[in-house]
Design a protein. Structure first.
Length: 454
């Protein structure tokens, strides 16, 4: 990277960044108290709050949100008349899944092959460190030219909406001219990218009951309705033969016009086994960024080990539906529920519970903030033009902020490029990406402040 003072400062701060990320990753901050102690999340929240206080932030507070978690807030005043920028990250993480599949412990930041491994290293504890690096570099080179609000969420991965509800009840708290969401990622390692769209999502619990209790499969099988078989048929109705999502009444033919995703790259990123086909039709970008996608996240049924020859009386599943931009999640939920009711076989008893939801998001890429970020990324990534992509994931807070502050510009950047393997085992972050994006964010804040003075 060609050096300028900001880049040089951030390069010098990288050892400190690694040490801090090591401390933050060590907190097992999964916002599910049935899996991990609440004290782990509280410890991470306090760590973030202490870091903001050390940087001179005012009004630092642990916000008790309605879902029982804490978000961390702080405000750093800027020069008189300067715009205000809100920087977002989250400190909660996904559970590690299979501990035995991690090459190094999930909650111990470990350097290997030029990357830093650990749960949350990229998603999104590293995003908070990115914000700190950018602000420290500005303070060392003339000061932070904008007012800065930081909000670090404690339950983003759970989709329980605590911060959204808190923001709606306190609409003045997060008001800003521009919002930088540090929870996305470059389309490819080393390719500077701003994410312009996100799919929304809903989580629906399904339970099917058919009998008063399990029955002997020899004496009753073939006549008695099997709840597990009913569930399998119901779940299968959510996909066509080629694997496309098929929810009655929900369009699944939208087209993505922007940056494309080569199939070979996708197969490598997703680690698709040789000879296994992809699902759906249309371009990869169509399927990932412009169309709905249903996923069965889990099934409640007896495991193979210990199974008995029984016709099952009850079975359940957790279903995720990703909702593309331009579709209202509430309407998609109605269509999904109607589909599930209509396709439940044998008049089985069906129970449905919506346990999480968020709206899709689409940014205005013609805004001045995008021009400021494009110029900043050219400096941080010499020879590269900023790309604009979609992302199949969901950040429900984006739509809450858009509705609360319709005049605010919003950009999504972050460390979750494909090699980061977020939500999977062996999640990692590229320190080079952390360094470059910190440079980009710092220069963006300078550019944006200057654009508002013109």
């Amino acid at each position: 990277m060609s050096q300028n003072p900001i880049a040089e400062t951030i390069a010098s701060l990288m050892p400190r960044a690694k040490a801090e990320l090591t401390e933050l990753v060590a907190f097992q901050s999964v916002a599910d108290w049935a899996q991990f102690p609440k004290s782990e999340s509280e410890g991470a929240a306090n760590w973030v709050a202490d870091a903001l206080r050390a940087e001179g932030f005012q009004d630092v507070a642990l916000l008790d949100t309605p879902d029982g978690t804490q978000s961390v807030y702080g405000f750093l005043p800027g020069p008189e008349g300067a715009p205000t920028v809100l920087l977002y990250a989250h400190y909660d993480v996904q559970p590690p899944l299979d501990d035995d599949a991690w090459v190094s412990p999930a909650f111990e930041l470990t350097e290997r092959d030029g990357r830093w491994y650990g749960r949350g290293a990229a998603d999104c504890k590293g995003g908070f460190i990115m914000h700190l690096l950018a602000l420290r570099a500005l303070k060392a080179n003339g000061g932070v030219p904008v007012g800065v609000k930081v909000i670090v969420e404690g339950s983003e991965e759970q989709g329980t909406g605590g911060l959204q509800q808190y923001a709606e009840a306190h609409p003045e708290l997060l008001a800003a001219d521009t919002i930088v969401i540090g929870d996305a990622g470059n389309f490819r390692l080393g390719l500077p990218t701003v994410t312009a769209t996100l799919r929304g999502m809903t989580l629906v619990k399904v339970k099917i009951d058919t009998l008063g209790g399990n029955l002997h499969s020899g004496m009753f099988g073939g006549v008695a309705p099997d709840a597990l078989a009913a569930l399998i048929r119901l779940l299968d109705s959510l996909r066509s033969a080629d694997g496309s999502t098929t929810v009655d009444g929900l369009a699944s033919d939208a087209v993505w016009e922007g940056l494309q995703y080569p199939e070979a790259d996708f197969r490598a990123d997703a680690k698709v086994l040789d000879g296994v086909g992809l699902i759906g039709e249309g371009t990869i970008a169509d399927r990932l960024w412009a169309r709905p996608a249903v996923t069965v996240l889990g099934i409640d049924c007896p495991p193979v080990i210990g199974a008995t020859p029984s016709v099952h009386a009850s079975a359940g599943a957790l279903i995720s539906l990703r909702v593309p931009p331009g579709v209202d999640t509430a309407e998609a939920i109605k269509l999904l529920e109607a589909h599930l009711i209509a396709h439940t076989p044998w008049q089985a008893k069906l129970e449905l519970e919506v346990v999480g939801q968020g709206q899709p998001f689409q940014a205005d890429t013609s805004s001045p903030a995008y021009a400021s970020m494009a110029a900043a990324m050219q400096i941080a990534y010499p020879g590269q033009e900023m790309q604009v992509s979609g992302m199949g994931g969901s950040i429900p807070l984006c739509n809450t902020l858009t509705s609360l502050y319709p005049e605010a510009e919003m950009l999504l950047i972050g460390l979750s490029e494909p090699e980061a393997q977020i939500h999977a085992v062996n999640e990692s972050v590229s320190p080079e990406e952390l360094e470059r994006l910190s440079v980009a964010e710092a220069i963006f804040l300078v550019n944006y402040a200057e654009s508002k003075r013109v």
